[in-house]
Design a protein around this ligand. Structure first.
Ligand code: HEC
Length: 152
C-alpha cells in the first residue's frame, strides 16, 4: 500500500478517497509479525490485542509481586481470564484452527492457577500463552517467555 498525502489525495478528487488513503497510511502494525497491514483497525489496537496487552501485564504484575516477597508466596493471587473467542482480532486469519483449539486450554490453565496458585500453575499459564502463539502470532513469544517464574 502506497502512502499518499492527504492533500495529494484531495487533489485527486474527493474527501472520501483522501480519508481512506490517509487511514491506510496511519494503520497500526500487528505485533505478530514484521510490519503488516491491519486493515480493520486503522486507528488503534483490536479488542483481542488490547486483551492480550492486559493479560501480559497482569502476568508481569503478579510475577513481580511474588518475586518481591521474600517467601515467594503465591497464595491469594488470581488471574482474570478473557473470552478470547469473542474478541475481534486485528486480522480474521489470526483466529485459525490452532487459535480455537488453544483458547479453551488457556482458560483451563487460568482456572487451574486460580484454584491452586503456585509457580508451577503460573508456568502452565505462560505455556498456554506460548502454545497458542506458536501457531497464530509468534511475534510476542520472546516477551511471553519473560513471564516464566523461577520454579523452586
Ligand atoms: C488462543 C490463542 C492465544 C492465547 C492463549 C494467547 N494469545 Fe496473545 N495473541 C494471540 C493473537 C491471535 C494475537 C494478535 C491479536 C491481534 O493483533 O488482534 C495476540 C497478541 C498478543 C500480544 C501483542 C498485543 C499487541 O500489542 O498487539 C501479546 C503481548 C500477547 N498476545 C501476549 C499473550 C499472553 C501474555 C498470553 C497469556 C496470558 C497470551 N498472549 C495468550 C493469540 C493468543
Amino acid at each position: 500500500m502506497r502512502c499518499v498525502k492527504l492533500s495529494t489525495a484531495g487533489a485527486l478528487g474527493g474527501l472520501a478517497l483522501g480519508l481512506s488513503l490517509f487511514s491506510a497510511c496511519g494503520q497500526t502494525e500487528s505485533s505478530c509479525t514484521a510490519p503488516k497491514l491491519a486493515p480493520n483497525q486503522p486507528n488503534g489496537s483490536s479488542a483481542l490485542a488490547s486483551a492480550m496487552v492486559a493479560m501480559d501485564s497482569q502476568l508481569q504484575i503478579v510475577l513481580e509481586a511474588v518475586m518481591a516477597d521474600p517467601n515467594h508466596a503465591w497464595a491469594g493471587f488470581t488471574l482474570e481470564s478473557h473470552d478470547l473467542l469473542a474478541l475481534e482480532p486485528t486480522d480474521a486469519s489470526m483466529v485459525n484452527g490452532h487459535f480455537t483449539t488453544h483458547a479453551p486450554l488457556y482458560l483451563q490453565a487460568i482456572a487451574q492457577f486460580n484454584k491452586a496458585p503456585s509457580a508451577g500453575h503460573f508456568n502452565a499459564v505462560v505455556s498456554a500463552c506460548a502454545d497458542c502463539h506458536h501457531g497464530t502470532c509468534p511475534g510476542p513469544l520472546t516477551r511471553i517467555e519473560k513471564r516464566r517464574p523461577q520454579l523452586d
